[in-house]
Design a protein around this ligand. Structure first.
Ligand code: HEM
Length: 410
């Protein structure tokens, strides 16, 4: 049993957790602490969903077979929760053996080597956006002028989206993730953008079939496992998944990195003096403010924690954000600490675990390393204007929509 205290949230108030609530999203951590402490298997009776929050429970849940299913998708947004989730989310919306088959095929094209070879092109894209941002003067918006643009262009570059289409693809990708307060579903603008993006990727596929190129779309088209290949529908769904999974998560990581470290000027000074600390900076950001906070599953067997049982057939959330702040695993878990013990840091689960472990983890780490190293090379410090920052409100993803900063160029 955890022995932690509950900062900021008196245990006498009824415990109410609803991740669609913008007030919760402003600072979810006191509520997360209460979940771990008071209700490690929490039931929201009004909306009938369950939540697990302790590190040991979430880590284990990612790994067990035959208890949790991805078939209904990984968010509780009304229209997204359905047995056809795989049509838009590819193997993220599947269980084995279907997931195993597709992930294996994709892994033939989306290889660590292909990601590593992207390094010079990622550096070029990042440098171009950073130059443009710095040309605005010492004050610019770290999200709108940099972090919100660069990750989607990296995906486009990797896939082989022509340069002239990238602004439009980024505009559509951004519309997918917009949420309004209280709305428990994807807004119409997001639905329309999904359709357009799907149409775009179908056309891109047809173009590559006619004229193969040295890009990921072509590699995936040709990927083969004992005579098995991906159908056109499977290919398009995977391209769409790349955007859903790899765009805003990386944007949020870059925003959270700057916002979190700047609250500790001595830690910021240390990393700006020593780029070797960029690695721990990224990992501690992933722990402290995981981009992807909550992932949904459907239970296919009863789940019991303590004396509480969640029945098979329920909606359940894996609370990564809470697990990464579990005081049973992380020393001073509510504090951002660049110098955290490496063994401890390696226990964060920001990229999930088990059979759905993030396929793009090494790409995300590479992008963040390149971008933050370039920032350090060109600037001796960065200072966010927290009072002007705007949180990005989302039921699953944590980060900023706008983060005005002032930099000190070297
Ligand atoms: C900081 C950045 C990122 C974070 C925090 C993140 C986090 C995650 C998490 C937690 C999962 C597991 C989902 C689940 O179990 O339901 C996941 C899966 C996935 N991620 Fe990432 N991700 C990031 C970046 C990327 C990038 C850049 C890509 C590729 C362009 C990517 C591609 C994927 C894919 C394809 C899956 C599905 C894997 C499967 O279902 O087998 N991610 N990611």
């Amino acid at each position: 049993m955890s022995t932690e205290t509950t900062p900021g949230a008196p245990a006498t108030c009824p415990l109410n957790f609803d991740h669609y609530d913008h007030a919760l999203q402003d600072d979810p951590y006191p509520t997360y602490a209460r979940l771990r402490n008071e209700a490690p298997l929490y039931h929201n009776e009004e909306h009938d969903f369950w939540v697990i929050s302790r590190h040991s429970d979430v880590r284990e849940a990612f790994r067990v077979d035959d208890v949790y299913s991805n078939k209904m998708g990984v968010t509780l947004d009304k229209s997204a929760w359905n047995p056809n989730a795989h049509i838009v989310m590819s193997f993220l919306g599947m269980d084995p053996p279907q997931q195993t088959r597709l992930r294996k095929l994709v892994s033939r094209g989306f290889t660590p080597k292909r990601v590593a070879e992207m390094e010079p092109r990622i550096a070029k894209i990042s440098q171009e956006y950073l130059d443009r941002a710095l040309a605005l003067g010492p004050e610019f918006d770290w999200i709108k002028d940099f972090a919100g643009k660069f990750p989607m262009d990296v995906i486009s570059e990797m896939l082989g989206v022509p340069a002239e289409d990238r602004d439009e693809v980024r505009r559509l990708a951004d519309l997918l993730v917009l949420r309004e307060d209280g709305l428990r579903d994807v807004p119409q603008a997001g639905m329309d953008a999904s359709m357009e993006l799907f149409g775009y990727f179908s056309k891109l596929l047809a173009t590559r079939k006619a004229t193969p190129q040295d890009d990921l779309v072509t590699a995936l088209m040709l990927a083969e496992d004992e005579g098995d290949r991906m159908s056109d529908g499977e290919l398009t769904a995977f391209l769409f998944l790349m955007v859903v999974a790899g765009n805003e998560t990386t944007t949020k990581l870059l925003g959270n990195a700057v916002a979190s470290i700047s609250r500790h000027p001595e830690q910021r000074a240390a990393v700006f003096a020593d780029p070797e600390l960029v690695g721990p900076w990224i990992e501690e950001t992933l722990r402290f403010e995981a981009s992807s906070q909550l992932l949904a599953r459907q239970t296919i067997a009863d789940v019991t924690i303590g004396d509480v049982t969640c029945p098979a057939g329920s909606q359940i959330l894996f609370n990564i954000g809470a697990a990464n702040h579990d005081t049973d695993v992380f020393t001073d878990a509510e504090e951002f600490n660049l110098h955290r013990d490496k063994g401890e840091l390696a226990k964060h689960i920001a990229f999930g675990g088990g059979r759905h472990f993030c396929l793009g983890a090494n790409l995300a780490r590479l992008e963040a390393t390149i971008a933050l190293r370039q920032l350090i090379e060109q600037c001796s410090s960065i200072e966010p204007k927290y009072d002007e920052a705007q949180r990005f409100y989302s039921a699953n993803v944590r980060g900023y929509a706008s983060l005005p900063v002032t930099v000190t160029p070297r």
